[in-house]
Design a protein around this ligand. Structure first.
Ligand code: PLP
Length: 434
């Protein structure tokens, strides 16, 4: 499943998503344009809830909103019964504005500011996932000033390197995130948390990375964390009642990718925790997971209009589109790969090897390298699938490019859940000095 589940080709030979003709949407709303398929979004949420629900344990599926954060997406997660993970004051503010129940919100971040912690406390956020000693003391102090006791988890780096891009590995020893196990800092953090009056330690968290295909890395992390839970019990008497295994389940960007399923992920996580708990004589903790990418990535596609085509004989054909690194930074940031197709000629055979370039002033502004398309022409609508995660949220205004609109499509209806920026928006914060 690279494209959304509702994708098909209509009688005009156009790509259709959520019952909407994407070529018509491009004409109506302009390009670049993000399309999010509501059926895929809700379907992924439900598959997660059912897969963990079937296990008969206490659990929370917490949507990692950084993958795609906006009011409507928070509301979909809320309606589907998920919790929400926020990484910043801005993501928290979005959740508040979306009416998300705050007891189901978790706050992450390796350098939360005093203002962000205060906002979290003022809104009675469910959990703060504490990332370092400075934060632990800061949170205790601010909570004390507000006369509150904040429930927390501690983020532990288990010393695991999953097979994924090094920029999205987070569980290894050499990481800016969390308390290391190997150097004893994790145990010190537990003891410190238990001493402090204005935080209440509930359990542990580990997020080892993103776009992970090999579920063995999760199993290994679970083993390590559960052994640490036992060690904590032996040394302090404290029994951790919550274990958050993080996100990171991989998705299909290219047709050849073979990620694990949500059900397989649920089995590895839940069976692993239950097995370790039994083995170590511990109670089974409440299990949380934090999927981001696997909820939203395949629900989204981006549409562009093809402009300049430059054929360099015997070398390469550049097909330039009207977006690029301003709406999809992932190829430039860590060499992410995508499929591409022509939405207006979706049934035609791919015959021409091309490279899809953006419109920005960087040679590195390449969206898709070496992909076969039907011989492209100016005016074609080019679609890159699987752009629902870490796409719009990394969008920027380089070259003063207005950020695209995001449409939510379902049953033949399209709604703009994020409006396109205008030139006026771009100068809104500027001050004139004349
Ligand atoms: C990014 C992140 C996630 C979500 O990761 P995905 O790969 O998008 O599932 C979950 N938890 C934490 C702490 C993260 O940093």
């Amino acid at each position: 499943m690279v494209l959304p589940i509702t994708a098909n080709i209509n009688s005009l030979g156009h790509l259709e998503i959520g019952g909407c003709d994407t070529v018509e949407l491009a004409r109506q709303y302009g390009t670049p344009l993000f399309i999010m398929d509501e059926a895929t979004l809700r379907g992924q949420c439900r598959t997660f809830m059912q897969a963990f629900g079937a296990k008969g344990i206490e659990f929370d599926v917490v949507y990692a909103s950084k993958a795609f954060s906006c009011t409507a997406m928070c509301q979909i997660a809320k309606q589907e019964g998920l919790g929400l993970d926020v990484m910043s004051g801005g993501e928290l503010y979005t959740a508040i504005k979306a009416g998300f129940p705050m007891d189901k919100v978790l706050m992450h971040g390796n350098n939360k500011t005093p203002e962000e912690l205060a906002l979290a406390l003022d809104n009675n956020i469910g959990r703060v996932v504490v990332d370092g000693f400075h934060e632990l003391e800061l949170l205790d102090k601010i909570a004390g000033e507000k006369g509150k006791v904040q429930p927390i988890l501690l983020r532990i780096t288990p010393g695991i390197k999953p097979q994924t891009h090094s920029y999205i590995q987070t569980g290894q020893i050499d990481s800016k995130f969390g308390f290391g196990l190997q150097d004893g800092l994790a145990m010190s953090a537990v003891k410190k948390s238990l001493e402090l009056k204005n935080v209440e330690l509930k359990g542990l968290h580990a997020h080892i990375g993103s776009q992970i295909f090999e579920l063995g890395s999760f199993a290994k992390a679970i083993e390590i964390i559960m052994e640490f839970v036992k060690q904590i019990k032996d040394e302090t008497g404290f029994v951790a009642r919550e274990f958050n295994a993080g996100g990171g389940l991989g998705i299909q960007y290219k047709a050849v990718d073979e990620p694990s399923t949500i059900e397989e992920f649920a089995s590895v996580v839940v069976d692993g925790v239950v097995r370790e708990a039994q083995h170590l004589g511990l109670p089974v903790p409440k299990i949380m997971v934090e999927p981001g990418r696997s909820i939203v990535a395949n629900a989204g596609v981006t549409l562009y209009t093809v402009g300049t085509i430059k054929e360099i004989a015997n070398i390469r054909t550049y097909v330039s589109v009207d977006g690029g690194m301003s709406d999809n930074l992932r190829p430039m940031l860590y060499g992410a790969v995508y499929e591409a197709l022509l939405a207006n000629r979706a049934q035609e055979k791919a015959t021409t090897m091309v490279t899809v370039a953006g419109k920005h002033c960087e040679s590195g502004d390449i969206l898709v390298r070496d992909i076969e398309l039907p011989h492209p022409e100016a005016g074609d609508i080019l679609c890159t699938p699987a752009t629902g995660a870490y796409g719009y949220v990394m969008a920027n205004n380089y070259n003063r490019q207005p950020r695209p609109a995001v449409l939510l499509v379902n049953n033949g209806e399209a709604r703009a859940i994020i409006r396109r920026e205008t030139f006026e928006d771009l100068v809104r914060l500027d001050a004139s000095i004349e």
